[in-house]
Design a protein around this ligand. Structure first.
Ligand code: KIV
Length: 270
């Protein structure tokens, strides 16, 4: 039986999120448009406009071809729909290859959207770049473990933190990112022991996806958690509703009623 928790009733800031560490698990979901973002408003502390939209909404096989223009458009839509959660812009592959490029692209995010933070994949090797962004007033969500933007280089997706050596390397990454000024770290696709030890090793919140229960918060991709994305289902995804079946059932009923001239009945007619 789940506990009943209050809705979000005020705008969430970077400070709110930092202060939740050690007190209350942080909730985050992805959103890609105003319609669904408005449904998620008041329900979660954070919304990620994830480059996963390239797969679930554009139908590509991975996230790598997402562009700044595409992410800006979707983030503007999400910001129009949700007013309370802290909205995070996912920097697409190729948009932060150098410090200069990252500074220009993140400045564009702040000037063209109301997102309050940007997310960047990478460990200690990104620390210098992240420090430069933080020094220029950009709030950073870091992302380590399974990094979808590395899928082509890695030859697939694989769970991280399986050996002591890997866990120590992930902890070193997390510490370097905290030191660089990131205010949250997403931990994706790793053994729960690795996520627990990283969470204990840093003073900023960790948000897990496929990383077990011992992180400071959880994030799920909304089209996965509501059963709309049918191409594959990862082990860590809990489907809270069977969205695809709901839609198909609704459409079947609509088709039957239109073909049978039942719709529109007088109730729906001027
Ligand atoms: O793009 C995305 O949705 C993400 C989550 C998987 C964290 O990066």
């Amino acid at each position: 039986m789940s506990i009943q928790t209050p809705k979000i009733d005020r705008a969430v800031t970077v400070k709110t999120i930092r202060n939740l560490k050690g007190k209350e698990p942080i909730t985050m979901v992805t959103a890609y448009d105003a319609l669904f973002a408005s449904l998620f408003d008041e329900e979660v502390e954070m919304i990620l406009v994830g480059d996963s939209l390239n797969m679930s909404f554009l139908g590509k096989d991975d996230t790598l071809s997402a562009t700044m223009d595409q992410m800006i458009y979707h983030t503007q839509a999400v910001c129009n729909g949700a007013k309370l959660p802290l909205i995070v812009f996912d920097m697409p592959f190729g948009s932060y290859m150098s410090i200069d490029q990252a500074l220009q692209n993140t400045a564009r995010v702040y000037s063209q959207t109301d997102a309050q933070a940007v997310k960047i994949e990478g460990g200690a090797e990104r620390a210098e770049l992240i420090k430069a962004l933080v020094d220029n007033g950009i709030a950073i969500v870091a992302h380590i473990g399974l990094m979808p933007q590395h899928v082509r280089a890695d030859g697939g997706y694989s769970v991280k933190g399986k050996s002591e050596e890997e866990i120590l390397s992930l902890i070193a990454d997390a510490k370097a990112l905290e030191e660089a000024g990131a205010f949250v770290i997403v931990l994706e696709g790793m053994k729960s022991e690795a996520a627990r030890r990283i969470t204990e090793a840093v003073s900023i919140p960790t948000i897990g996806i496929g990383a077990g229960v011992d992180t400071d918060g959880q994030v799920l991709v909304w089209s996965d958690m509501f059963g709309f994305f049918e191409k594959f289902k990862a082990k860590f995804v809990k489907q809270y509703i069977d969205g695809a079946t709901l839609i198909r059932d609704g459409l079947e009923q609509y088709r039957n009623e239109v073909k049978g001239r039942e719709f529109p009945s007088s109730e729906y007619t001027y």
